[in-house]
Design a protein around this ligand. Structure first.
Ligand SMILES: O=C(O)CCC(=O)C(=O)O
Ligand SMILES: [Mn+2]
Length: 213
């Protein structure tokens, strides 16, 4: 475990090859039910280079008309998102250090030419909960900074099986993906990279007892 900055925890090789294959099989099932869609920027309607899907009660979506948001259904099929597979929940319990279930798992698929600009994850209603990230497939160059736009940034390589937790003072750190390194992993037959981010979206209510410790 490496603390890259206060609250930014990097766990290289968190999932071994067998665990990556198991998680990938679960992910393939999710994507059969909830196919990758192309999110679009608010206002401009420009397509993201990353394609996305989700599992869990809520999913993150973005389009021209309504912008960034969480919603309970797939934007194209209008079906409810598939439930969390067990491996995904297990990673949250193990890494998140947060006593309530996650509510969304955003699945990003980066083809070899995809990237993601620097941003904060701030569409959630409870920043006390961390964001837990798992990577599968090709290595990427991941960039992170502090909570202010325009501050100093650093980059690390995130490889297949690596985990990252953005919590505490790093919960609102700017971050993004500069590029993918094609051919750096043999996990995905199609190449490219999947990233899964687990998120708590709503603050737990008074009646919401801690179900996972
Ligand atoms: O792909 C990654 O490692 C980061 C993804 C991300 O920041 C996001 O989906 O908000
Ligand atoms: Mn993010």
């Amino acid at each position: 475990m490496i603390e890259l900055a206060p609250g930014l925890i990097y766990r290289p090789g968190y999932l071994n090859r067998a665990a990556q294959e198991h998680l990938l099989a679960e992910l393939r099932d999710v994507l059969r039910a909830a196919p990758l869609f192309t999110p679009r920027m608010p206002r401009t309607g420009k397509a993201f280079s990353v394609r996305m899907s989700n599992c869990g009660p809520l999913g993150w979506v973005s389009d021209h008309e309504q912008g960034y948001r969480y919603q309970a259904m797939h934007p194209d099929t209008r079906a409810a998102w598939p439930p969390f597979p067990p491996e995904i929940l297990a990673a949250w319990t193990d890494l998140g250090g947060y006593p309530h279930d996650p509510e969304a798992c955003l699945i990003n698929y980066y083809a070899s030419d995809a990237c993601m600009g620097l941003h904060q994850d701030r569409d959630e209603g409870d920043f006390r909960a961390p964001v837990v990230s798992l990577s599968l497939g090709d290595t990427c160059l991941f960039r992170f900074g502090g909570p202010a736009r325009g501050g100093k940034t650093r980059s690390i390589k995130l490889a297949s099986g690596d985990a990252l937790v953005l919590g505490g003072p790093a919960r609102l750190a700017f971050h993004g993906v500069d590029r993918i390194m094609p051919g750096s992993s043999t996990l995905l037959a199609e190449g490219g990279r999947f990233n899964l981010t687990l998120r708590r979206v709503t603050p737990p209510g008074i009646a919401d007892v801690a179900v996972r410790t």
